[in-house]
Design a protein around this ligand. Structure first.
Ligand code: AMP
Length: 118
């Protein structure tokens, strides 16, 4: 199974890559929604969070620690930032290859907007 992110991980598609190791790769989002918008993706294809197993815990743990390091590197750790993983249709997931968004560099506003009646 291969995705557009597999091509970036393998260097077959250009990206602004910031970090890579044996488990994860991080690169800048092509359509940034904030001054810092980085994607931290699993090197192997895991389509969604629903597909994770306990055997993947090293990958998901690494995604978090890499996010922390990149936030420091970007100079946004102290002010704060948001980590987002979208899952399937209601989550707004577009690329079915596990990835975490690291966004920051400005106040990000409320986490979600209430729908009328919520
Ligand atoms: P999601 O909606 O969580 O699946 O997010 C997918 C993200 O991938 C979006 O923010 C896109 O802008 C981003 N994206 C898609 N193609 C590329 C690419 N070639 N390089 C960097 N980011 C990309």
């Amino acid at each position: 199974m291969s995705t557009i992110f597999t091509k970036i991980v393998n260097g077959e598609l250009p990206s602004d890559m910031l970090y890579q190791d044996d488990l994860v790769t991080a690169f800048r989002d092509i359509n940034p929604l904030a001054p810092t918008h980085i994607l931290i993706v699993s090197n192997k294809v895991i389509p969604t969070v629903n597909d994770l197993t306990e055997a993947d815990e090293k990958i998901t743990g690494r995604m978090m620690t890499v996010a922390k390091k990149l936030a420091e590197q970007e100079g946004i750790a102290e002010d704060g930032y948001r980590l987002i993983i979208n899952c399937n249709a209601h989550g707004g997931q577009e690329v079915f290859h596990l990835h975490m968004h690291l966004v920051g560099g400005r106040p990000l506003g409320p986490m979600l907007y209430r729908q009328k009646g919520e």
